[in-house]
Design a protein around this ligand. Structure first.
Ligand code: TZP
Length: 220
């Protein structure tokens, strides 16, 4: 299966609110999200596995019912990928190093790596085929990730994407209007948290973001 990074949802349990993460994910994928990353730094491993399995069940049910299939990626906790039945993991610069993450995942699991500046991209080159894609961010400042690295804006994003040997996805402060301005930057897709999780209808939000990214609608 080729990896479609065009609209990448990163979950935030708090922002999903009463609707909950599994239902938010189902609605978002039904609306066009192509990859889902389960991210929660507050839950312990047991609760994280339970949440991940619930998300997996929603994704499988949606696909069985004729809906799209989106891979499930686990943020940081590579050791829980198989228990959750996820398709891969995403690691940050301070998480498990790429070689160990690849070892745990095996050859077929999807592995993403966060890069926040050009120096990290140079270091990452040594990982070669162990990495499948890069998350580049933050493009803009965001309240969703307190203490994030310095935002590099669309120009910085374009430079990083051009220098990357892997497909890239942009993250950080992206809404529909921002997504429209990132279309020429060379990234394979956009990753969002609040622009989907924090919206009254995750499905409609995903539909709009997809249309904007595809160029068939203006940012709103
Ligand atoms: N990594 C870099 S910025 C960010 C993460 C997880 C949060 C992005 O959240 P939002 O709400 O899409 O700005």
């Amino acid at each position: 299966m080729t990896l479609d990074l065009s609209l990448y949802l990163v979950t935030d349990t708090g922002l999903c609110g009463q609707r909950g993460v599994p239902e938010t994910v189902r609605e978002a994928v039904a609306g066009g999200v192509s990859v889902v990353q389960l991210r929660d730094h507050a839950l312990d491993d047991r609760a994280f596995v339970a949440l991940g399995q619930a998300v997996r069940a929603e994704l499988d049910a949606l696909h069985r019912a004729g809906g799209p299939r989106a891979p499930l990626i686990v943020d940081d906790r590579v050791h829980l990928v198989s228990e959750i039945g996820a398709d891969g993991a995403h690691v940050g610069q301070a998480d498990l190093p790429v070689p160990q993450a690849r070892e745990l995942l095996g050859p077929h699991g999807i592995l993403g790596l966060s890069v926040t500046h050009a120096g990290q991209l140079e270091v990452a080159r040594e990982h070669g085929r162990a990495v499948d894609y890069l998350g580049l961010g933050p493009v803009w400042a965001t309240a969703t990730k307190p203490g994030h690295a310095a935002p590099f804006g669309p120009e910085g994003l374009a430079e990083l994407a051009a220098a990357s040997p892997w497909p890239t996805v942009a993250i950080g402060g992206i809404d529909a209007a921002g997504a429209a301005t990132l279309r020429g930057t060379g990234v394979a897709g956009i990753a969002v948290v609040s622009a989907i999780c924090g919206q009254p209808s995750p499905r409609e939000a995903a539909v709009t973001l997809r249309q904007v990214w595809a160029g068939s609608a203006q940012g709103v």
